[in-house]
Design a protein around this ligand. Structure first.
Ligand SMILES: [Zn+2]
Length: 467
C-alpha cells in the first residue's frame, strides 16, 4: 500500500458551515472543506444568509458549484495574476489583491503581526503559506478569478476560508485559502481560520472558531480593550442576553448571522481576557483544536455560576474601550458579618471594577463607613477623596451581591463617600468601587482604605484623618 493511498480517508471529509455532500475531488486526495468561515459585516452587508439555507447536518446534495469552488481554489493563484490584481508575499502569506501596493504591504505587515501573536497564543508556529484573495473592487478582477463560494462571500461583503485536509490518524496535510473583502477586519478574521486549519487541521467548534476569528478581526497591538464594531456592541447591549449554553451548544453554524457571531465574540473575549477564566481558556482551545477530549462544560463546569454572572455584567457595561481584565471579579474575597464592635477593613483600587468590602450585610441593618486616602480618575487629574468631585464622579459607591436561586445578582448601586452610615437595602456581600465610567478605569490611580462596622456597637468609627 502506498503512503499516498493510505492517506485517503473519506471520514476526514467534513465541512462546517453550509450543506455539502462529501466527495472526492481527485483520485489522489480526499478534500475536506473544513471551515467555511463567514463574516458578515453589519452595515456593509444588509443581507445575511438565511439560516434556512444551511445546516451542517443536512445530507442534501450539494450545489453544482461545489466542485468548481474547490478545484479553482488551487488554480486561482495563476488566474489572479493579471492586470489590476497584484501578488504580494511575506514570510507566511501570499496575497492576491487589487489593493494599491502600499495598502497591500500594510495588510501583509498587519497579518504577519497578528499571526505572530496568535501563533504565540496557541503555542504553535504557523504551518505553510496562507494564501488569500483580498478584493477591493470586484470589477478589477477577471471573471472566474474567484470560485463561486469566494465570489459569493465577497459580493456579500464578507469572507470565506476554504480548507482542504488530508488526514491519517493524527497526521494531516492541510491547506486553506481565504477569499475576503479588503476592509480592516475580514482578512484578519479569515486569516485566523486559515492559521488554525493549516496548523491544527481544524478550526474547532463553531462558537470557538468564529469567536476567536472575531477576536482576530478586532485585534490591535498591545490593546486588549473591547474594539468591536459599534453596531455589534449596540446589538449585544440592547438584546436579551443569550445564554452561554445557547452560544456553546446551540444548533448553529459558520455563516449563520452576524448576531450569532457577536455572541460568540463576546464569550471568547470574556474567557480570553478575564483573569478568572483565561488560564483555562487556552488549554481548552488547544484541546478543541487538537481534538482532545475537552469541552466547555468540562473546563468551566465548576465555575458556571461565576462565568454566567460575569458574562451578564460584561454585556451590561459593554462598550469600546472596556478593559475586562480590570473588571475581573474577585471571587476569593472573604466576607463576614461583623461581630458587635468589630471593624472590617478593605483596600479599594480606583482602577478596578467592583471589589470585595469583606462585609456581609443584613437587609435594613445600619453600618458605619470611613474611607481614608485619595485617588484620581483621569491622567493628571486632581486627587479626590471618597466623596469624589462636586458632581460625584470618583465617589466611593457600593452594591450588594446576592446569591439567589443558584444565580448571582448584583443589586442597584448606591453612593457612599468618605464618612457616614448606610442602611443595607438588601442582604448579601457588599462590593465597592470608584464611581467612574467603566471604559475609563485604566487611567485611574490610587486606592482607599475603607473601614466598616455595625452602627451603634462599640466605639463609633472616627472620620478619616487625611483630609
Ligand atoms: Zn469565520
Amino acid at each position: 500500500m502506498t503512503g499516498r493511498k493510505s492517506l485517503t480517508h473519506p471520514a476526514s471529509i467534513k465541512r462546517f458551515g453550509r450543506r455539502r455532500a462529501a466527495r472526492f475531488l481527485s483520485a489522489l486526495v480526499a478534500i475536506g472543506l473544513l471551515c467555511a468561515g463567514y463574516r458578515d459585516v453589519p452595515g456593509l452587508c444588509a443581507q445575511t444568509k438565511s439560516p434556512a439555507t444551511g445546516s451542517s447536518k443536512s445530507k442534501s446534495k450539494s450545489r453544482s458549484g461545489d466542485d468548481r469552488d474547490s478545484k479553482s481554489a488551487s488554480k486561482g493563484k495563476t488566474r489572479a495574476a493579471v492586470a489590476g490584481v497584484g501578488n504580494y508575499s511575506s514570510k507566511h502569506f501570499l496575497v492576491h489583491t487589487d489593493l494599491p501596493a502600499a495598502e497591500a504591504q500594510e495588510l501583509l505587515k498587519r497579518l504577519e503581526t497578528m499571526l505572530g501573536l496568535i501563533s504565540k497564543y496557541w503555542g504553535r508556529p504557523p504551518s505553510g503559506t496562507i494564501e488569500m484573495y483580498v478584493v477591493k473592487e470586484l470589477r478589477q478582477w477577471p471573471q472566474g478569478a474567484l470560485p463561486p463560494d469566494g465570489l459569493a462571500s465577497v459580493e456579500n461583503g464578507a469572507g470565506v476560508t476554504v480548507g482542504q485536509t488530508l488526514t491519517q490518524g493524527n497526521a494531516f496535510l492541510a491547506k486553506a485559502i481565504v477569499y475576503a473583502i479588503s476592509d480592516r477586519g475580514t482578512p484578519q478574521h479569515e486569516a485566523v481560520h486559515a492559521y488554525c486549519i493549516q496548523t491544527f487541521g481544524r478550526s474547532g467548534p463553531v462558537w470557538y472558531s468564529e469567536g476567536m476569528a472575531e477576536m482576530g478581526q478586532y485585534w490591535r497591538t498591545s490593546d486588549s480593550s473591547v474594539n468591536a464594531d459599534n453596531i455589534v456592541i449596540e446589538y449585544l447591549r440592547s438584546t436579551e442576553v443569550k445564554s452561554l449554553n445557547e452560544i456553546v451548544n446551540g444548533d448553529e453554524w459558520s455563516g449563520d448571522s452576524w448576531q450569532n457571531y457577536a455572541w460568540r465574540w463576546a464569550l471568547c473575549h470574556l474567557l480570553a481576557n478575564n483573569s478568572n477564566y483565561s488560564q483555562r481558556f487556552r488549554p481548552l482551545g488547544l484541546g478543541l483544536l487538537t481534538k482532545q477530549d475537552v469541552s466547555f462544560e468540562q473546563t468551566y463546569g465548576d465555575m458556571a455560576k461565576e462565568i454566567s454572572f460575569e458574562y451578564r455584567e460584561f454585556i451590561k457595561h459593554l462598550d469600546r474601550g472596556l478593559r475586562i481584565d480590570l473588571c475581573s471579579w474577585d471571587w476569593k474575597g472573604k466576607f463576614k458579618s461583623p461581630k458587635a464592635g468589630g471593624i472590617i477593613t478593605a483596600k479599594i483600587d480606583a482602577g478596578r471594577g467592583w471589589q470585595p468590602s469583606r462585609l456581609t450585610v443584613s437587609a435594613g441593618e445600619e453600618y458605619e463607613f470611613s474611607a481614608a486616602g485619595t485617588w484620581t480618575i483621569s491622567k493628571d487629574g486632581d486627587s479626590l477623596s471618597a466623596d469624589g468631585t462636586p458632581g460625584s464622579a470618583g465617589r466611593l459607591v457600593g452594591a450588594i451581591l446576592q446569591d439567589d436561586d443558584g444565580d448571582y445578582h448584583l443589586e442597584k448601586p448606591f453612593e457612599l463617600g468618605q464618612f457616614g452610615t448606610l442602611t443595607a437595602p438588601a442582604a448579601g456581600d457588599l462590593y465597592l468601587r470608584c464611581d467612574d465610567k467603566w471604559i475609563e478605569l485604566a487611567d485611574n490611580r490610587g486606592s482607599l482604605t475603607v473601614k466598616l462596622k455595625l452602627k451603634g456597637k462599640g466605639d463609633p468609627l472616627p472620620p478619616p484623618k487625611d483630609k
